[in-house]
Design a protein. Structure first.
Length: 85
């Protein structure tokens, strides 16, 4: 009878831990993301860019293509001959 009690306790303990409510910060963040995604609330002030800001943003975007992707981020193709089998 002793062993089934231990097994039962080991099975129930993780289930009790999963029943906890999410932290308040997580709930608040989820609510803000839902408002943003649903487009229910917008700023009353129209956001505009000046010509200079627009040109600078475009130049930053174009400059991002000047640098090669590091080998660390590249995927290598694995063939069946490399699997050792």
């Amino acid at each position: 009878m002793f062993k089934p009690s231990i097994v039962l306790a080991c099975v129930i303990t993780p289930l009790l831990a999963m029943a906890d409510d999410p932290p308040q910060a997580q709930t608040a963040t989820e609510a803000l993301l839902q408002v943003q995604a649903s487009n229910r609330q917008a700023s009353p002030v129209r956001q505009v860019q000046t010509d200079k800001e627009r040109d600078q943003a475009m130049q930053r975007w174009l400059d991002s293509y000047k640098y090669a992707i590091p080998d660390f981020y590249r995927w290598t193709k694995i063939s069946s001959s490399n699997n050792g089998g």
